[in-house]
Design a protein around this ligand. Structure first.
Ligand code: ITT
Length: 190
């Protein structure tokens, strides 16, 4: 089955392809598609749907889109759906530096990553799959793997940040891995 993977984020493409290994996914790069979908939704679900719907309408093929982000308890859920554009530049390092700055005097470091996958099937019906992983905001960035906020997301059970975990390890436990596992279970069940 051909599924379009509706993301321009190259790190998501790598992670999702690795987790979905036996499924054929067509990336937007494969399609030479540079269209950007405006994320005007008010939730991960709405934004995942907007991205999936755009490409489904364009190509009439099944599509998966991922909307994800980091939610920090002490910042009333920020950056949440705005994770990719938290700082002015939207640069990943600027994003996590701003977050560390905003957490400077805050003791409560609890946070979670969320991933919502929207799968629009061949007949245009949307299906949603969600994954979440809890952690703490580290005081300093650590590690060289992963992307985005990984260097500041600390997992007590591993005593490491996400960026200190090699990709195979992150891909076993991440919010994205959990959401995709649910998607795979669904695909196998139909
Ligand atoms: P697409 O919309 O094209 O998929 P995007 O990067 O704009 O790409 P989102 O709108 O879903 O995607 O924003 C997700 C942001 O959340 C991402 O850019 C990171 O800043 C952060 N994020 C999501 N998952 C992450 C992960 O596994 N590790 C680190 N940061 C992550």
């Amino acid at each position: 089955m051909n599924i379009i993977l509706a993301t321009h984020n190259k790190n998501k493409v790598i992670e999702i392809r690795n987790i979905l290994n036996s499924y054929t996914v067509l990336t937007l790069d494969d399609l030479n598609d540079f269209d950007e979908v405006e994320e005007t939704g008010k939730s991960f679900r709405e934004n995942a749907f907007l991205k999936a719907e755009f490409y489904h309408k364009k190509y009439h093929l099944p599509v998966i889109a991922d909307d994800s982000g980091l939610t920090v308890d002490a910042l009333n859920g920020e950056p949440g759906i705005y994770s990719a554009r938290y700082s002015k530049s939207g640069d990943p390092v600027e994003n996590y530096k701003l977050l560390l700055e905003n957490m400077k005097n805050i003791e409560d470091r609890r946070a979670h990553f969320n991933c919502t996958i929207c799968y629009i099937d061949a007949i245009g019906s949307p299906h949603y799959f969600e994954g979440e992983i809890k952690g703490l905001i580290n005081h300093d960035p650590l590690g060289k793997f992963g992307f985005g906020y990984d260097p500041i997301f600390y997992l007590p059970q591993k005593n490491k940040t996400f960026a200190e975990l090699p990709s195979e390890e992150k891909n076993k436990i991440s919010h994205r891995a959990i959401a995709i596992a649910k998607f795979i279970d669904y695909i196998k069940s139909i």
